[in-house]
Design a protein around this ligand. Sequence first.
Ligand code: NAD
Ligand code: IPM
Ligand code: MN
Length: 359
Amino acid sequence: MHADIVVLPGDGIGPEVTTAAVDVLQAVAQRFGHRFSLHEHLIGGAAIDATGKPLPDDTLAAARDADAVLLGAVGGPKWSDPNASVRPEQGLLAIRKALGVYANLRPTKPHPAAMGASPIKPHLLAGVDLLVVRELTGGIYFGERTRTAESASDLCTYTVPEIERVVRRACLLARGRRGHVTSVDKANVLETSRLWRDVASRIARDEFPDIVIEHQLVDSMAMHLLSKPRAYDVIVTENMFGDILTDEASMLAGSLGLLPSASLGEGCVGMYEPIHGSAPDIAGKGIANPYGTILSAALLLRYSLGLSQEAACIEQAVDDALDAGVFTADLASDGTAVSTREAAAAVLARIAAPAQIAG
Ligand code: NAD
Ligand code: IPM
Ligand code: MN
């Protein structure tokens, strides 16, 4: 197959981890006889520096025309002045909204070899396999904002259709898994959450009688996620709760650098990105963990290109590299850390010749 993939490296470690994922995509193309045309465009701080805008028009146009989009990360101290008129993160929010990718899938399945890097006890991690479906184009991220010298406000709004479509997506995904959905809200305080709970209950009852749905308040969810993570299958929640809970969930896997994501809509181009940010504290050092971005490339193959065998090949290669103890500094504790490039090379070798790499 031939596919056009837009690559948006962004800022900080973004270019380091997308380079690794692009190499992996090319290796998959070579092994399976596909042709992936990869086109790089600007987003975030890099785009502000070059054009004054965090999402230049040609970047959005290219993304709309592509078969899929792979993004690194945006942001950094250079553009973080609280009074700056334009910010890298605006580019990311704008492209999510413009593409209509309302459902952000963030899977977490701790790998046995990396569990030592998790602060959670191993017996709690065994068998954990959860999927957070984060609403991505609504809520407080996109409400009206005001700021005066004396006050500031961010408005949180959800409409019924916005909640219906993301809950429906979560229930459909649960059907292919263990059939359990936990809807997370703050219905004891927030009006948007009371609407969320009403709509989620109705969708599950009327359209998914085969799915078990339960509701959980976000504060206690943050606790249960660490104390009984095995209890969860699909978790569906609003934009900001999903952002926070998934960084927390990354600690089950052992590092923020391990978690991939897929941002999907209906009949639109999908966007794929690790859940981490631009990591300014380690940017430029060549030590970032590339696995989250490489696994995002696997999700791209599965969801946007329908190449499930190729996606599984990447996931197996990352699993095997972890089994072999190929850890970047975020995972290694004993002076055995490899660089971003070495970790990527370990995955590439396993894609090129899977049977020949032992241990
Ligand atoms: P961050 O995710 O960039 O980093 C948090 C911590 O995790 C840091 O110590 C970092 O070194 C570590 N880390 C993150 N990814 C890693 C990786 N792949 N390998 C090893 N270690 C990794 O979060 P932050 O520091 O709160 O934010 C920094 C900037 O990134 C901000 O400007 C923020 O807006 C932006 N950000 C962007 C995205 C995105 O583009 N999707 C996501 C989150 C944050
Ligand atoms: C993420 C990031 C973004 C978000 C920021 C950078 C806008 O934290 O992708 O998780 O909050 O969605
Ligand atoms: Mn985040």
